[in-house]
Write a protein that binds this ligand. Structure first.
Ligand code: AMP
Ligand code: GLY
Length: 429
């Protein structure tokens, strides 16, 4: 079968790399891809926003399955377009993708199904939002309703920050229409955990747990980023939390979708925070996490392709996944300036030396090949994953690989998975 992966990040390289290993995969295309995806398949120069061109490419090249990486094309209805043309695509429809694309939609669905999440109010008037904040307890969390590249969430500790955030989002439209409406919610204390589930409309199959590191700097300091590293399994997750998660979150959510006449088919990734009272939903994502995918897929022993097909066909209840019991740690190497304005076009060296390390996989994100060299072309440049008998083992090897790679002003966090070292990891079966 010919497979098209849409996107150009580390997540898409990991998906293409994993699908390439399937005995049923004949050719892998990546649109637009990066220097890494060009090694596992063929890059196609179509941007993720050109839905019409993607449909045409899939048709003309007899693509048997298209896997959509990022959220934007899903929110724009790419799966609806593919399906209308009788093309198979993995991912939710536009209507189902609202669970990520509108925080207000997600909150309303959670409220209706009594899914544990932060108490929240929604506003479409900035004056009203400001008046409300004059009497709240700090910190509060302010979220743009729509998609904002992971940057539309601000934790405000004082009224001045609240005022400037509301003004930027709602009046100055820093995130465009995404900030037309906002959610203001209570700040929850705890540690975060990412769960991924293959959802086929009626049933779901959970992947193993993972944790990502969203802040730019060590010690969870600095601004939020797309994710600076991840590890799997998560050290704050166990079978008790998982069983409550299934009954209190997953099952009601699927019920909520069905009550609205929505069939969610694709990857659902609830971002959770584990508070003293149990897991609470921070957000729902409707696609694979980045960089969680780079930590999860190297641990997945089963073939991913039949799992994606079973999700589309409503057969996920009959599937299971075999996992490597070893731990995975993923460290993201970023360009100077990221997550702010960043530099590009820097030559990357040491990739081959790093790849020689045992059980190390280097996933490309913002890279491209030019004049025989691999150059930086994005904020997050590479995601290095190492497997190890313990988290400490995996961590050491990931950092050994990172130290072999160089480009000007490269920066990465030194404390990925550090909190899990020496902790007792509760392995799930
Ligand atoms: P979200 O995109 O909604 O997941 O938010 C991005 C990040 O902001 C989360 O990963 C958390 O680190 C933080 N965050 C969001 N909502 C809350 C909340 N209610 N309490 C504490 N932190 C939050
Ligand atoms: N790792 C965060 C995200 O994919 O949204």
């Amino acid at each position: 079968m010919k497979i098209l992966v849409i996107g150009s990040g580390g997540r898409e390289h990991a998906l293409a790399w994993k699908l390439r290993q399937s005995p049923h995969a004949d050719r892998i295309f990546c649109a637009p891809g990066n220097a890494g995806t060009a090694d596992v398949g063929e890059n196609v120069a179509i941007p993720v926003s050109d839905l019409g061109a993607l449909v045409r490419f899939a048709k003309e090249n007899h693509v048997g399955l298209t896997v959509v990486g990022p959220d934007d094309p899903l929110a724009a209805g790419i799966v609806d377009l593919f399906t209308a043309e009788k093309l198979r695509a993995f991912g939710p429809t536009k209507s189902a993708a609202r669970i990520e694309a509108s925080k207000i939609f997600a909150k309303e669905l959670m409220r209706a199904q009594e899914i544990p999440t932060a108490e929240a109010r929604t506003f479409s008037d900035s004056g009203e939002a400001l008046r409300y904040c004059e009497q709240v307890k700090f910190p509060v969390v302010i979220k743009a309703d729509g998609l904002a590249l992971g940057k539309g969430v601000i934790v405000a500790t004082d009224l001045t920050t609240v005022q400037s955030t509301i003004n930027e989002m709602m009046n100055e439209r820093r995130f465009g229409d995404a900030g037309r409406r906002i959610v203001i919610e209570e700040f929850l204390c705890g540690t975060e955990c990412s769960l991924h589930a293959l959802v086929d409309g009626k049933n779901y199959l959970l992947l193993q747990s993972a944790r990502d590191h969203k802040r730019a700097l060590d010690g969870d300091q600095g601004p939020n980023t797309g994710g600076m590293g991840a590890f799997s399994p998560a050290n704050n997750w166990d079978s008790k939390l998982q069983s409550r998660f299934e009954t209190e979150i997953m099952q009601p959510l699927l019920r909520g979708f069905l009550q609205q006449g929505i069939q969610f088919r694709g990857l659902l990734y609830p971002g959770l925070i584990i508070t003293s009272e149990g897991a609470r939903v921070l957000e729902f994502n409707c696609r694979f996490g980045d960089p969680e995918t780079q930590a999860l897929l190297p641990r997945m022993k089963s073939d991913l392709l039949p799992l994606l097909e079973a999700t589309i066909d409503g057969r996920i209840a009959a599937c299971s996944i075999e996992w490597d019991t070893r731990a995975a740690v993923t460290v993201v190497l970023a360009s100077g300036g990221y997550p702010g304005k960043y530099e590009t076009g820097k030559t990357i060296s040491g990739l081959e030396e790093a790849a020689k390390l045992r059980d190390v996989q280097i996933f490309h994100a913002g890279t491209k090949r030019a004049n025989g060299e691999v150059k930086t072309s994005g904020g997050r440049v590479l995601a290095i994953t190492a497997l190890g008998e313990t988290i400490e083992d995996a961590r050491e090897r990931a950092y050994e690989a990172a130290a072999r790679i160089h480009f000007e002003n490269c920066h990465y966090r030194r404390d990925i998975a550090l909190s899990a070292v020496a902790a007792n990891i509760d392995q799930l079966p």
